[in-house]
Design a protein around this ligand. Structure first.
Ligand SMILES: [Zn+2]
Length: 87
């Protein structure tokens, strides 16, 4: 029984790390359930997604934040980029 609890904790930790690295927490929650500690190690060593990219709101593929058209699903993104903030 402790095994299931440990695996659940691994999945949650995975999701939290993934979220902090701008990765999909739900995908990593699933991976955490499947691979337990191995998934935690995997997400821990993975680099964060670059801050100038974001997932497309329609197809969830990574695109540049200032993109006006998604290069994956070709949806026109009408949200203007935020005003330049230094740093
Ligand atoms: Zn898209």
């Amino acid at each position: 029984m402790e095994f299931i609890i440990l695996w659940t904790i691994c999945a949650v930790v995975c999701a939290l790390i993934a979220n902090a690295k701008r990765r999909s927490p739900w995908a990593w929650l699933a991976l955490g359930f499947l691979f337990g500690l191995f998934a935690v190690v995997a997400v821990a060593v993975m680099p964060s997604i670059e801050p100038d990219t974001m997932p497309c709101p329609y197809c969830k593929e990574l695109i540049k934040k200032d993109a006006t058209t998604c290069r994956h699903c070709r949806t026109v993104l009408n949200s203007p980029p935020p005003p330049g903030n230094p740093g």
